[in-house]
Design a protein around this ligand. Structure first.
Ligand SMILES: Nc1ncnc2c1ncn2[C@@H]1O[C@H](COP(=O)(O)OP(=O)(O)OP(=O)(O)O)[C@@H](O)[C@H]1O
Length: 338
């Protein structure tokens, strides 16, 4: 189990991490979701030991690792651009770490070969060892990068936007493969991404990093359905967040999911529903779903999603006012959180 306790890191005036408390349990696929600049890479670099925190502690199974040299931490790192050596073959790339690590470097060629082949088999690249890394596909390069990390049997694997360099189809396939490989190995993966769908698809648990802090860390289901604060909700790209006063629901910020708001003419709101007035701006059709955008009286942009199989919105005229309404139990109330 990896734990970060009150970890902070600043660069000049920029506070990248501000007292982060975070746990990656054993044998878990953990996603870390955050916007660009949220501090995701910084967090990974501190865990790997490429940099040190200004304050706080990092430990694996209770043993402090901050302050230890990177190569003694037994932590694997897969970089976004894979960082393979272009002049080495697939096998040589994978074997590189075994041959050159500063502690316990392997000299026995048979053992190096066996372990390299086992790592390639694990990522589904048996028979590709002799190829040049320039002569394989993007997805295969990604798997070489993973094999190169796994061959050293790390205690945890850190993946920095590992699917970012792949096209959409390949990304979906690699999602499944990464999960399967992790399950076979039984070590924890910490996967950072800016994509909420990737984070929710991959993670047994998902943590949201914003403003240098972990806003929430939960199962994908709990996070998606019960975000604990406006920041967590904002990152899921599925919740409208607005002032409770707009629908007479008290003070502070509230959130209602895109799929839980209905629309009707003003004055025709069904009994027992909370409601707010808003102007219809425009719609966006993307196949199985359609998004409708509204502007509330205080300027907040609101989105409603309609699924092709269950259309529930009336014909909407751009620029016209409508009543948006929802069941009281659809709203989440955040006390004081901005
Ligand atoms: N070496 C550095 N010197 C100065 N500022 C830095 C340095 N590294 C990171 N920062 C700043 O710290 C903040 C966090 O950066 P970090 O790279 O960790 O974000 P990120 O969440 O990984 O972003 P992205 O998704 O865009 O890669 C940013 O504001 C960034 O500009």
């Amino acid at each position: 189990m990896l734990t970060l306790t009150r970890v902070s890191r600043r660069y000049g005036d920029t506070v990248a991490l501000d007292g982060v408390n975070f746990t990656v349990p054993e044998n878990t696929y953990m996603s870390l979701l955050g916007a660009s600049g949220a501090g995701k890479t910084t967090l990974l670099r501190l865990i790997a030991g490429f940099e040190e925190p200004d304050r706080g502690e990092i430990a694996i199974n209770g043993e402090r690792i901050d302050g230890q040299p990177s190569h003694l931490r037994d932590i694997g790192f897969v970089f976004q651009n894979f960082a393979l050596f272009p002049h080495l073959s697939v096998s040589e790339n994978v074997a590189f770490g075994l041959r050159h690590r500063t502690h316990d470097a392997l000299k026995n060629e048979t053992e190096i070969k066996d372990r390299t082949e086992a790592a390639l088999e694990l990522v589904g690249l048996t028979g590709f060892g002799h190829r040049a890394v320039s002569a394989i596909s993007g997805g295969q390069r990604q798997r070489v990068a993973l094999a190169r990390t796994l061959v050293c049997e790390p205690r945890i694997v850190l993946l920095d936007e590992p699917l970012g360099a792949l096209d959409a189809n390949l990304r979906a396939r690699m999602c499944d493969e990464l999960k399967a490989i992790r399950e076979r190995l039984g070590v924890s993966f910490l996967h950072v991404t800016g994509s909420e769908t990737e984070a929710l698809t991959m993670g047994d648990k998902v943590a949201v990093l914003a403003d240098g802090k972990i806003m929430q860390s939960d199962t994908p289901d709990l996070l998606f359905n019960q975000p604990m604060n406006a920041e967590a909700a904002r990152h899921l790209n599925a919740w409208n967040i607005f002032d409770a006063g707009l629908c007479g629901a008290g003070q502070g910020q509230i959130a209602v999911r895109f799929d839980q708001i209905d629309v009707c003419a003003e004055g025709q709101v069904p009994e027992g529903r909370l409601t707010l007035g808003a102007k219809y701006l425009t719609g966006e059709f993307n196949g199985p779903t359609a998004l409708s955008f509204f502007r509330a009286d205080d300027g907040t942009l609101l989105q409603i999603i309609d699924h092709l199989s269950q259309p529930r919105l009336p014909q909407l005229d751009e620029g016209a006012r409508y009543a948006l309404h929802f069941a009281p139990d659809a709203l989440r109330q955040f006390h004081g959180a901005a």
